[in-house]
Design a protein around this ligand. Structure first.
Ligand code: SF4
Length: 281
């Protein structure tokens, strides 16, 4: 699948989960991906999103087989809160050690993703700002979207971009820096130029018009939008021996019918057919 997508112009591949570091043979998988080239002959940009618990041991081997970058998902930066949320005693220390091991291995830049949810972790905004400066990582806050298992989303649960910027200013002001249109995150430095913060604001500032991502699930289905209400079965076609030309035609057809945008907060909103844990971000 990756070879065919690369031949169609895909330049970045991100492995997500569940938790990709739990996959047997993940190093061989990354090594195979790193041999692929994009249609213009360039190396692909290979990234992974992980919970970071196995990074201390895995960072260097991942770099050695060709991974370029890592993103760590963390919903708190306070050790006690982190333990309560993840239910892993001392988990924070392991993840922090993993982030440092990743930097040492040259997996760079390191991004830390935090989904903010009102009443759950919005008090972590300033601690995350301090963390970004101290650890030299890019912290990215993500507005909570209705993609969770428990269907607890409501507009009131969203901590929106403007509020994040305001709250952070109680610590230090943020200054916006230019970002490419296809980038999902708005980017900021602190006023002294130290530390980078990203804010991904699909609810308050939708960017669907510039969406250039395509997702493949672990069972080989294409999803053209996080909020798709159906999948497109690529694996089944490969299983019955479809040629590369047939697969390319199928992928092109699917992408041409891609959803225009999400409908979060609108009366006609229909929940996605898979929740985030089944899509992987
Ligand atoms: S089109 Fe779908 S996947 Fe793309 S940015 Fe909008 S909601 Fe996200």
């Amino acid at each position: 699948m990756a070879r065919i997508f690369a031949s169609l112009g895909i330049k970045k591949i991100r492995l997500t989960g569940g938790e990709p570091l739990l996959r047997h043979g993940v190093l061989d998988f990354v090594r195979e991906l790193s041999k692929l080239r994009s249609e213009d002959g360039e190396e692909l940009d290979l990234a992974m999103t992980t919970n970071g618990h196995l990074l201390t041991e895995m960072a260097q081997p991942l770099k050695d087989v060709g991974l370029d970058r890592i993103t760590v998902s963390m919903d708190a930066v306070d050790p006690d809160r982190f333990a309560r949320i993840t239910r892993v005693p001392n988990g924070y220390d392991h993840v922090l050690a993993g982030i440092r091991a990743s930097r040492h291995a040259g997996l760079w830049p390191i991004k830390v993703n935090c989904v903010l949810m009102r009443g759950f972790n919005e008090d972590q905004i300033i601690p995350f700002g301090m963390f970004a400066r101290e650890e030299g990582v890019i912290v990215r806050f993500i507005e909570f979207m209705p993609l969770e298992e428990g269907r607890t989303w409501s507009p009131a649960t969203v901590v929106a971009l403007d509020e994040i910027v305001q709250r952070m200013a109680e610590y230090r002001p943020l200054v916006e820096i230019p970002h490419a249109r296809s980038e999902t995150a708005r980017r900021y430095h602190f006023d002294d130029g130290v530390g980078e913060i990203g804010i991904i604001a699909p609810v308050s500032h939708p960017f669907c018009g510039h969406c250039s991502r395509i997702r493949i699930t672990s069972d080989g289905k294409i999803r053209t939008c996080l909020f798709s209400v159906w999948d497109h079965d690529l694996h089944e076609r490969m299983g019955r021996g479809a040629s590369d030309e047939e697969l390319v035609a199928f992928i092109r057809g699917v992408v041409e019918r891609k959803e225009e945008r999400h409908h979060i907060g609108e009366p006609d909103f229909v929940p996605a057919s898979r929740t985030m844990v089944h899509i992987g971000g």
